[in-house]
Design a protein around this ligand. Structure first.
Ligand SMILES: CC/C=C\C/C=C\C/C=C\C/C=C/C(=O)SCCNC(=O)CCNC(=O)[C@H](O)C(C)(C)COP(=O)(O)OP(=O)(O)OC[C@H]1O[C@@H](n2cnc3c(N)ncnc32)[C@H](O)[C@@H]1OP(=O)(O)O
Ligand SMILES: Cc1cc2nc3c(=O)[nH]c(=O)nc-3n(C[C@H](O)[C@H](O)[C@H](O)COP(=O)(O)OP(=O)(O)OC[C@H]3O[C@@H](n4cnc5c(N)ncnc54)[C@H](O)[C@@H]3O)c2cc1C
Length: 664
């Protein structure tokens, strides 16, 4: 029935103030108000309709994406939206598009790697979208191994130009978003060659298409790489291929903030770490961590509301059946994901702070925290995207059969989200970067160099390598010190074990390759510790609102104790806890589930998602699921006619044939 809130009973059960929790989730009252206003703006604009996305052909979907982007740009200008508001507008439109790469990578790459003069020239064009850019790094043959890229940029001193060339098929750029059909320009990563010497990978601004008629410029071959996983989903994006046949660009289109090539062709190396050429990736990884909680919370919101609506079994004497959310198995799968959504929100906030801090330090020529910023962004990007992709799929299963329908919102969300485990660095490759950082830190223990920041705990190695958990009863697992010590001891012991095993190899690199799987496990343990510790740190902040802190406390310990339960092998094999303590952690976890249960729907309401943004029949705010499932079914093109197209050609003859056979 329209107008009835089928989840009203659930909402009435809440023991905290949802409006206050909305502010905590958003990060500030200001952030909440901006998000709320812009989400409503998008939801009320028919151009941003998306409920029929799965039924569009790729061409129709792509054209609708262009239309949405153009309309968004028009609205941004008409309403004089600022950068923050424009970013929220793109977010709530919720359709991957070339603009994501233009604003998310092309502009940041120029800001980070261009000289002041280059920024002035290119950003003034890019900011007005008089040019549209993408980030062209990955090639057909190499993505993870950036040093293995083959595209060349050879300096020609006669003309003061670089010659950009694709020497082999595997050197073709392949994957850049926005490249296939839209971008007029790209930041192209290529091997810089001058005076016959290869100086490695550098960034160059290259024009790809005419600003008059959009045709590719001479000697440039460009196109879309083809349809990707899922209906709708990431297919609104024109991921592209690109080949250069000796394309010439002026010397001043090399991004020269870090290193330079002079008019004479002399290479002037950077006086700052060469890794800064990877700076855009650090920036984007940080934004991907912040975004993980958006995707996970969205799936959890759908699964929680539907789990409260859905009833199966348990009716006695004709009574009402059990809401599936009341099954402990459902809670054990759903509530850790709810807790993870909040955990990733807070670690994302912290990572943003870390990124801002390192950026300010770099500007003051302090490079000391760059390795840690790289390890944190790489490791947390890997951890949060893996957990989010797996979590979305788990939410689909939590919704039973109906979760598999496109209109549940979950299949498309999964298909859009899952490449986050690959782009901006394959998640295993990124954890190996963390492992290298940890092995270096362990090697320096005892050298007098005190580990700081997220590795500060390693400085307490003497204690952490021999301590035993003091937990004696289930409630002891709600003590932050007990939880932190267990996670710190586990992370340190795993890292030290890897370091010891590495030292048995004469050739360290060979040893590293042999121990890759263990190293990844140690890196994950370190990253999980970061998330747990940042959640605990959040609880130490001044958080107001009726009952809000209590709920966050419950979620924090669900997150930590669920991880402990899931990775019990690590905690037991490193002797950080005993089997009895593990069992107490489980008892505590069950008790926390019971405490969260009456608040579950309100905890997902606190995300403040509009029905437009969720785009899910199962996750509707009013819980009116069943009539709406029917409405969606009737909209399917197969139901346009009672007898399907093809009946006369293909179905009737078969049925007639069967009749004849049956008569024989
Ligand atoms: C909300 C999102 C907003 C906007 C985006 C919109 C949409 C997003 C959708 C899709 C966009 C996708 C874009 C892309 O995918 S772009 C391509 C991304 N590609 C990668 O991520 C490649 C992954 N590979 C690497 O990053 C590196 O090559 C790797 C880290 C694997 C290093 O390999 P290698 O061991 O060969 O290292 P070297 O290059 O020799 O360097 C070693 C040295 O450098 C340090 N290092 C490495 N990376 C960084 C870094 N980023 N920052 C700082 N330092 C770095 C590394 O630790 C070593 O240090 P040391 O041991 O001291 O020598
Ligand atoms: C949707 C999408 C959008 C993208 N957008 C862009 C873009 O805008 N611009 C751009 O430049 N690129 C983009 N990319 C490319 C992306 O960055 C790369 O695909 C990504 O970095 C992974 O690299 P790869 O494909 O070479 O994987 P590979 O490295 O070939 O990975 C294959 C397997 O090998 C394993 N592996 C590789 N190296 C190691 C190692 N050293 N140790 C152990 N295991 C290893 C990996 O774990 C993985 O299992 C995009 C990709 C996708 C899917």
């Amino acid at each position: 029935m329209e107008g009835i809130d089928h989840l009203a009973d659930e909402r009435n059960k809440a023991e905290f103030d949802v409006e206050d929790m909305k502010i905590v989730w958003a990060g500030s009252r200001h952030a909440f108000e901006v998000s709320d206003r812009i989400a409503r703006l998008v939801a009320s604009d028919p151009v941003f309709e998306k409920s029929n996305r799965a039924r569009l052909s790729r061409k129709e979907l792509f054209k609708s994406t262009l239309r949405k982007c153009a309309h968004a740009f028009k609205r941004i200008i008409e309403l004089r939206l600022n950068e923050e508001e424009a970013g929220r507008l793109r977010h709530f439109i919720d359709q991957p598009a070339y603009v994501d790469l233009h604003w998310g990578m092309f502009v940041p790459a120029i800001k980070g790697q261009g000289t002041e003069e280059q920024q002035k020239k290119w950003l003034s064009l890019a900011n007005k979208m008089q040019i549209i850019g993408c980030y062209a790094q990955t090639e057909l043959g190499h993505g993870s191994n950036v040093q293995g890229l083959e595209t060349t940029a050879t300096f020609d001193p006669k003309t003061d130009e670089f010659v950009i060339h694709t020497p082999t098929q595997t050197a073709s750029k392949w994957w850049p978003g926005g490249l296939g059909k839209v971008s007029t320009h790209a930041v192209v990563y290529a091997r810089l060659i001058t005076n016959g010497k290869d100086y490695g990978i550098h960034g160059f601004i290259v024009q790809l298409r005419s600003l008059e008629d959009h045709s590719p410029l001479p000697n440039i071959t460009v196109g879309d790489i083809g349809t990707k996983m899922g209906n709708g989903a990431y297919n609104s994006m024109d991921n592209g291929f690109l080949m250069f046949d000796h394309v010439r660009i002026p010397r001043d289109q090399m991004l020269m903030r870090l290193s330079k090539v002079t008019r004479e062709g002399e290479y002037v190396p950077s006086d700052v770490p060469k890794q800064l050429v990877y700076g855009t990736m650090v920036y984007v990884r940080q934004t991907i961590v912040a975004d993980a909680s958006n995707a996970l919370s969205r799936a959890v919101c759908i699964a929680t509301r539907y789990s409260a609506v859905r009833r199966q079994f348990g009716a006695h004497n004709g009574g009402i059946e059990t809401q599936v959310i009341d099954y402990k198995t459902q809670q054990n799968r759903l509530f850790p994901l709810l807790a993870s959504a909040y955990a990733f929100r807070f670690v994302g906030e912290w990572l943003k702070w870390l990124y801002t801090d390192v950026t300010e330090r770099l500007a003051a020529s302090d490079f000391a925290t760059l390795p840690e910023a790289h390890a944190c962004t790489a490791g947390l990007k890997s951890l949060t995207t893996t957990a989010t992709a797996d979590g979305i799929e788990e939410c689909r299963k939590l919704c039973g059969g109906h979760g598999y329908l496109w209109c549940s919102g979950l299949p498309e969300l999964f298909a859009v989200y899952v490449p986050a485990c690959t782009y901006e660095g394959d998640n295993v490759v990124l954890q190996l970067q963390v492992a290298r950082f940890l092995m270096k830190t362990v090697a320096q223990l005892g050298s007098g160099k005190v580990p700081v920041g997220t590795t500060a705990y390693m400085g307490r190695a003497a204690h952490l390598l021999q301590c035993r958990s003091g937990v004696q009863k289930a409630e002891d697992w709600l003590n932050p010190d007990a939880v932190l010590e267990a996670f710190e001891a586990r992370a340190l012991r795993m890292a030290v074990t890897c370091a010891k095993n590495l030292s048995k190899f004469e050739n360290q690199e060979q040893g590293f390759q042999e121990l890759l799987a263990d190293l990844v496990e140690a890196a994950i343990a370190h990253c999980q510790l970061i998330v747990v510790s940042k959640f605990i740190a959040k609880l130490e902040q001044d958080i107001g609102g009726k009952g809000v802190k209590k709920q966050l406390n419950n979620l924090c310990y669900i997150y930590a104790l669920y991880l402990l339960h899931k990775h019990l092998g690590d905690f037991l094999s490193t002797n950080c806890i005993t089997p009895k303590q593990a069992s107490l952690a489980n008892d505590q976890l069950r008790s926390l589930y019971t405490q969260v249960r009456p608040n579950a729907v309100a905890l997902v309401d606190a995300f403040n998602y509009t029905d437009h943004y969720l785009n899910s029949v199962l996750g509707r705010y009013d819980g009116n699921v069943y009539p709406k499932l029917f409405e969606e079914a009737w909209k399917d093109p197969l139901n346009d006619s009672v007898v399907p197209d093809g009946y006369h050609e293909y179905l009737r003859p078969v049925l007639k044939q069967q009749l004849r056979t049956a008569r024989l």
